[in-house]
Design a protein around this ligand. Structure first.
Ligand code: EPU
Length: 335
C-alpha cells in the first residue's frame, strides 16, 4: 500500500486535466483495504481506477483509492467453459489478450477499451455488440462502512446499457477488488456490428486473433489514443428514445442509424451521428474540441481545464437539442 499527499492527477486521468488530490492510496491486495481505512480514516473517499472515464473540474479534497493488483486466476473449468477471477487493477486489454492467447471466447470484441478490470462492471463497458455483463459472473468488493467484503452475483448488479448498481445504489459505497468472468472454450464469434465482419473476413475468418486484430484496427482508425490526445472515449451516451420519436426523425433523415433495444418499444440513436449532423465534428474552441473522426469523443488538445470541457460539452448538448429535439447525456463522470 502506498499513500501520496497533495498528488498531481495529470498523469492519472486520460483527459489530462491538471487537478490535484489531497491524498491518494494505491493498494495491491484486497486484504490491505481494512487497514487502509483504519489508518487513513477518510471523511471523504472515492475510487480512482485508470481515470479513463472521469473529468476533474476541481481539486479533490478527500482520499482517492486506486487498485493496483493485476492477478488472473482460473477458479473453475470444464470441457466447455472456464471461470476466471481477475483483480481490479489489471488493464482490461491485458485480460482480453490473456483470453485470446488461451483460446477463450467472450470479450474479444471488447479489445483495446481503455481502463482496468475493476471499472468494467461499473459502467458495463461495451462495444461491437458485446457488453462486459455478458461474461461477468460476479463482482467482489470491500464495503468500508461495514468493514466487510461482499460478492455480488451478476444477476444482482442491475446491468444495463452503460449502467449498473455501482453507478446507482452502491455509488461511492464500495471498492471493487476483483471480478469473476465465465469464458467459453467453444467459438462464438459476434460479428454483426458495423464493419466487423468485413474486417474479420479480410483477415481470413473468425478466429479469436483475427477478431481481436480487426477490432483493434477499427478502434485505432476512429478513436484518439489517450497517450497522444487527452480524452475519455465516448463523452456522451447514445440516447434511448421511444420508437415514435425515432420514426419521426427517420422520416426526415432516412440514413440515420438506429439500434433496437430489447423490450419496451425503445430505440437507441447514435449521439455521434447527431453531433456530426449538427455540424460539430472536428469543431474546436481553444483547447477543447469534438474529435475529427468520431463525434462522440471530446478531446483536450492540451492545457484545457475541466471547466472548459464542461462548457464545451453543454454547447454540444444544446446544439443537438436545437437541431433534433433530443437530449444527450454525458457518459463520463464529472467531478
Ligand atoms: N457516426 C457518425 N459520425 C460520427 C460518429 C458516428 O455518423 O462522428 C455514426 C456511425 O457512422 C454509425 C453510428 O453513428 O452509423 C454509430 O457509430 P459507432 O459505430 O462509431 O459507435 P457509437 O455508437 O458512436 C458506441 C460506443 C463506443 C463503442 C462503439 C462500437 C457508446 C456511448 N459508445 O459508439 O464505446 O466503441 O459503439 O460498439 O455507447 C466508449 O464507450 O467510450 C466507446 C468508445
Amino acid at each position: 500500500m502506498r499513500i501520496f499527499e497533495h498528488i498531481d492527477l495529470l498523469q492519472r486521468n486520460s483527459f489530462h486535466v491538471a487537478q490535484r488530490a489531497a491524498r491518494l492510496a494505491e493498494f495491491d491486495k484486497a486484504e490491505e483495504l481494512p487497514t487502509l481505512f483504519e489508518q487513513c480514516r477518510p471523511e471523504k473517499w472515492m475510487v480512482l481506477s485508470g481515470g479513463n472515464n472521469i473529468l476533474f473540474t476541481q481539486d479533490y479534497d478527500g482520499l482517492l483509492i486506486t487498485p493496483c493488483g493485476t492477478d488472473i486466476e482460473i477458479v473453475a473449468e470444464n470441457e466447455r467453459e472456464v471461470e476466471v477471477e481477475a483483480e481490479a487493477g489489471l488493464e482490461w486489454d491485458d485480460l482480453v489478450q490473456w483470453c485470446v492467447e488461451r483460446n477463450l471466447w467472450g470479450i474479444e470484441n471488447l479489445s483495446l477499451i481503455p481502463g482496468k478490470v475493476g471499472a468494467a462492471p461499473v459502467q458495463n463497458i461495451g462495444a461491437y455488440g458485446v457488453e462486459a455483463k455478458d461474461a461477468i459472473r460476479s463482482v467482489t468488493m470491500f464495503v468500508p462502512e461495514s468493514g466487510n467484503f461482499l460478492t455480488l452475483a451478476a444477476e444482482h448488479c442491475a446491468f444495463g446499457y452503460r449502467e449498473s448498481v455501482f453507478k446507482q445504489n452502491l455509488r461511492g459505497k464500495v471498492i471493487i477488488t476483483s471480478v469473476r468472468f465465465r469464458f467459453s472454450k467453444e467459438p462464438n464469434p459476434i460479428l454483426g456490428y458495423g464493419d466487423v465482419i468485413r474486417e474479420v473476413e479480410a483477415r481470413g475468418g473468425a478466429t479469436l486473433k483475427n477478431i481481436r486484430e480487426a477490432i483493434c484496427d477499427i478502434r485505432r482508425a476512429k478513436l484518439p489514443d489517450t497517450a497522444v490526445l487527452g480524452n475519455a472515449g465516448s463523452f456522451f451516451k447514445n440516447p434511448v428514445v421511444d420508437i415514435e420519436v425515432a420514426e419521426r426523425l427517420r422520416s426526415e433523415y432516412p440514413e440515420m442509424p438506429l439500434y433496437p433495444v430489447a423490450g419496451e418499444g425503445k430505440v437507441k440513436l447514435a449521439s455521434g451521428w447527431l453531433i456530426d449532423k449538427s455540424g460539430l465534428k472536428g469543431y474546436r474552441e481553444g483547447s477543447v474540441g469534438v474529435h475529427e473522426r468520431q463525434a462522440l469523443v471530446l478531446v483536450n488538445y492540451g492545457g484545457a481545464t475541466g471547466g472548459e470541457v464542461i462548457a464545451f460539452a453543454r454547447m454540444v448538448q444544446q446544439r443537438v437539442k436545437e437541431r433534433f429535439g433530443i437530449e444527450i447525456d454525458t457518459e463520463v463522470n464529472i467531478l
